[in-house]
Write a protein that binds this ligand. Structure first.
Ligand code: NAD
Ligand code: 44H
Length: 401
């Protein structure tokens, strides 16, 4: 279906790449409630068509008495339809956000380069790009991918007119079953924190209430990724070994909860050592308690398979497992429970409807190369490294349990 320009006089436009859980459940909702017309750019035709047919959807806040927020003034395009993307680029666009997944993010370089190219040709002013992904410095990685899509003149225009702002995005949004494929179910908590140093003044310049800015973003990103996502991942991987289907079931198991809590104290010690006085010991204790409470939300059906998805991504250096381990190693801080979490991640292998391509690839590599080689490749550590040996011992223990 050819894209019809939204042409809503005076309404600023936001483009949200990724109309999935977080795209609809958090970022798109915040932008719509801030007064933008939100154009979702996705590749799922049924989602794109449904958004254009209805122009709205419901966000179910799952806190027992389920409140419903109706999100309006939305439409959609297929992100690979560069003609449609070009049409939107000519409208009063202020911000581009993404929530497609770190592995998909580089694929957005082509459509976003088209936006930059069109705006340059039209002599249009600055806009901001914020990649809302669970990946440190995601927006910088998007900018690197864009560099190779643009010529020198376009790169100069990008430098002067595009604000690339990294961010931390936090709201647990699992898949939601409803008669309406657009509806999403979300936890009450949400926190979207954006780097104030990188945002450019745009025209129109819209105040986005649900987005808060800081000049200390690194602390926010690492605190969230190395606490919530570290705990989430270890809960999922231990839950998988214990044949639990949901995060709630897993975190409700005393032994898993104790192990996850210990792991968060290990990552917390490193975060405090690096970022104090941004947050104190007491504040971090509270932060950990709140996260464990969020994992225990009886109203969310969050599957172990979602939270453990793409284990090779989660085992990358700088991500939620090796990131805190490296911070602990640099500071001679205890991290044995984090190493146990890594061993559990290496055993993640869902099958059937929850089959995970990266998990299959990881198991194949372990089968063919042996656990020591795989851990050495993932960590960059020598085979005689003490932590590598601990991981392989824990891996064998868990495997035979
Ligand atoms: N769901 C959460 O609880 C949550 C919370 C915070 C951050 N995140 C992060 O947000 C990002 C998205 O996660 P999600 O849970 O919403 O995933 P999701 O799978 O629900 O949504 C991803 C969307 O991207 C779309 N997509 C894929 N390729 C695309 C392309 N080339 N162009 C445009 N759209 C494309 C998919 O069709 C899908 O609708 C990830 O980085 C994730 O780590 C998720
Ligand atoms: O989205 P992922 O695959 O990086 O991680 C799975 C979950 O931990 C994640 O989606 C959380 O729900 C989210 O980060 C909460 O803010």
């Amino acid at each position: 279906m050819p894209y019809e320009a939204v042409s809503l006089p005076g309404k600023p436009i936001a483009i949200q790449f990724g109309a999935g859980n977080i795209g609809r459940g958090f970022i798109g909702a915040v932008l719509s409630q801030a007064g933008f017309h939100v154009v979702f750019a996705d590749v799922q035709e049924k989602i794109v068509n449904a958004l254009n047919e209805t122009g709205r959807y419901d966000v179910h806040i799952l806190n027992g008495e389920t409140q419903i927020e109706t999100i309006e003034s939305v439409s959609a395009v297929t992100s690979t339809d560069l003609k449609a993307i070009e049409t939107i680029a000519r409208e009063p666009l202020s911000i581009i956000t993404t929530a497609v997944g770190p592995n998909i993010l580089p694929r957005l370089a082509k459509p976003i380069a088209q936006i930059i190219r069109t705006r340059m040709e039209e002599g249009m002013g600055p806009i901001n790009i914020v990649a809302c992904e669970n990946l440190q410095n995601a927006t910088d990685k998007l900018r690197e991918a864009l560099e190779s899509e643009l010529n020198d003149k376009e790169r100069v225009y990008m430098q002067d007119n595009i604000g690339f702002a990294i961010c931390s995005v936090d709201r647990i949004v699992p898949p939601f079953s409803s008669d309406n494929i657009l509806d999403v179910g979300v936890e009450p908590f949400f926190e979207w924190t954006v780097d104030s140093n990188s945002l450019k003044k745009t025209d129109p310049d819209v105040v986005i209430n649900g987005m808060h800015t800081t000049n200390n973003l690194d602390a926010y990103v690492q605190r969230k990724l190395f606490t919530l996502n570290t705990g989430h991942a270890i809960t999922a991987y231990l839950g998988f070994l214990d044949k639990k289907d949901t995060i709630l079931d897993a975190i409700s198991d005393d032994s898993i909860r104790t192990t996850v809590t210990q792991a968060l104290h290990e990552s917390g010690a490193a975060l405090l050592a690096k970022h104090h006085p941004f947050f104190s010991q007491e504040q971090h204790e509270e932060y950990i308690k709140k996260i464990l409470k969020r994992f225990s939300n009886h109203n969310l059906k969050d599957e172990v398979s979602r939270v453990g998805r793409e284990p090779l991504r989660k085992l990358r250096q700088g991500d939620r497992l090796l990131g805190p381990v490296e911070m602990c190693r640099e500071r001679n801080l205890g991290h044995d429970t984090l190493l146990l979490g890594i061993a559990a991640a290496l055993l993640f292998h869902p099958t059937g409807v929850h089959e995970d391509q990266e998990a299959n690839e990881m198991q194949d590599r372990i089968q063919q190369e042996g656990i020591e080689k795989v851990v050495s490749d993932l960590t960059g550590w020598e085979k005689d490294d003490e932590d590598l040996q601990k991981i392989t011992r824990e891996y064998s223990r868990l495997k035979s349990a």
